[in-house]
Design a protein around this ligand. Sequence first.
Ligand code: GDD
Length: 358
Amino acid sequence: MISIIVPTYQEVENLKPLSQMIQIALTDAGETSYEIIIMDDNSQDGSVEKVAELVEKHPIRIVTRTENRGLSPAVIDGFGEAKGEFVVVMDADLSHPATAIPEMVKQLRNGESDFVLGSRYVEGGSIDESWTLWRYINSVVATIPALPITRVKDPMSGFFAVRKADIPNAYNLSPIGYKIALEVMVKGDFPTVSEVPIHFVDRIHGESKLTLTEQLKYLRHLRRLYQYKFQTKAEFFQFAFVGASGFIVDLAFYLILQMFGTSHTLARAISFWPAVTWNWMLNRTITFSHREKTKKSTQWGAFASSSLLGFTVNYGTYYTLTKYVPFFEEHMVLALIVGVLMGMGFNFSISNLFIFKK
Ligand code: GDD
C-alpha cells in the first residue's frame, strides 16, 4: 500500500481536486492500494467536513493536530499514521504532480532507489512559468547551501517517497520549519537517492504559508544539519573562524594600548585577555552552542588556561622548528604557520573534549 501524507493548513478548496488528481494518476498506473492522510493543523475552514464528504469516493482521512504546529512536525506525525509500505509526502495545493507518484514508488519497489525526490531541477523537470525572477532567485539562493549536504539537485523540494521501514526514528528528526525532505535525506540512511523530474505548478487556491520567518528558520535548520553531517569538521571550521576574529580583537587592543603609551610587551600581555574572552564567548554561543551550558566563570577559566597552553604549543613549535630544523631556518614564515596550526589544533581538541561538555 502507498500512504500519501499531505500536511495542510487552510487548504479546504484543494482537498477535492487533490484527491481526484491522486485517484486518476494512481488508478491509471494500476496502483489501487493507497491511502491519503491529511495532517491538518486545526484549520477550522471546513476541511474536516470536506474530508467526510470525500471519504465516500476516496481512501482519505484527516488527522487534526492542535499541538506543535507546522509543516514538518505534521509530516513526522503523519509517518506514525501511515499504514503503507511506501510513504509519499506532497503538498495539498496541487503544485506537486501526482502523476510522478507511480514512478517514484516503482523505483523504491524495484530497489533502484531508497529515497526518491520529485525534482524541478533535473532534466525534464521545470517550474511554473508564472514564477517571478525574485522567486526564482530566492529558490536558487536557498538551494545552493543545501547542496553539499545532499546528493540531489532540488533539496528544497517537499515532494518525496521512501519505504516506511527506512524512515529515521522520529526522535532523530527535528527540523525547524519547512524542509522535511532535506531533514529526512540528511538524517536517514539511504544508500541510493534519486530524482524524478516534475513540473512544479503554482497554487490556484489559497496562499503559500512560506513567510520570512520560515525562511529564517531554514537558516537555523541548515546550520543544525551541517553540524549533524559534519559534526567535528563543522565545529573545527567555526572554531578556526572564531580564532581568526579573536586575532583581530587581539591586534586592535595591542595597537590601541600602545597609542595610549603602553609598552609593546605590556600591550601584548594585556591584549591577550579581551581576545580570549571574545573567543570563549563566540565558541560558547556559536561553535558549541548545542553543548551543555556549564558555569560561565569556570568555563572561561578553563578556556583561558587552554589558550595559554595553546600559545605555548604554538610558540614552542615555532622555536623548535626554526632552531633545530635547517629547512625552517630558511622558511621561518612556514614555521610560524605550522606553529599556529599546532596551537589551534591543541586548543580545539581541549575545548572539544573537556571544556564544552557534550
Ligand atoms: N499541517 C501544516 N501546518 N501544514 C502546513 C503548514 C503548517 O503550519 N504550513 C504549510 N503547510 C502545508 C500547506 O498547506 C501545503 O499543503 C504545504 O504545507 C506547502 O505549504 P505552502 O505554504 O504551499 O508552501 P510553498 O508552496 O510556499 O512551498 C512549496 O515549495 C517549496 C519549494 O519551493 C512546498 O512544496 C514546499 O514543500 C517546498 O519545499
